[in-house]
Write a protein that binds this ligand. Sequence first.
Ligand code: GDP
Length: 175
Amino acid sequence: MTEHVMKILIIGDGKVGKSSFVQRYVNGKFNSTYKTTVGADFSVKVLQWSDKEKVRLHLWDIAGQERFISMTRAYYKGALGCVVMFDVTSSSSFLRCLHWKQDLDNKAMLPNGDSIPCILLANKCDLSQWVVSTDSINKFSQANGFIAWMVTSVKDNKNIEEAMRRLVEEILSVQ
Ligand code: GDP
């Protein structure tokens, strides 16, 4: 049995759903009043990937931009994959994804110097008041080197497993 250990960063503005995403993915729960514990901690999820492979994910949930100022390279060190998340009802959270991606690429890279695989998630798709068009997300994703983008709803448990599976596939393929 081979076990792959992967450090994955979950980044994006505050309130877009990052800690809810981790909570949903790891514990299968959604709680609208769930509060993040402060500190650069990680959650663990183990996947039986194939007959002979396990994947142990260490999910590092960064808090909102206010805490980001104090984030150091140590936070990014050793990361093999990244989720950049925004909220489809917040155009500012979408615009800030450029900053998040650039910052990631400045501070983290694979041992061979390539940028680390990163998926863009358009969260809260269950809400009706979208302010970001799929066309602009598509263009942004392609222009900025994301491996893919997906709509998600942590609330409705839509595309959570699928998004992480897509990211893990990419990580395994570049190793
Ligand atoms: P974080 O600051 O990025 O970690 O965001 P949180 O996980 O704390 O989520 C912020 C708020 O958005 C909370 O009230 C969540 O319940 C809510 N939320 C998260 N994901 C979704 C979603 O997919 N749909 C809806 N409607 N609300 C969500």
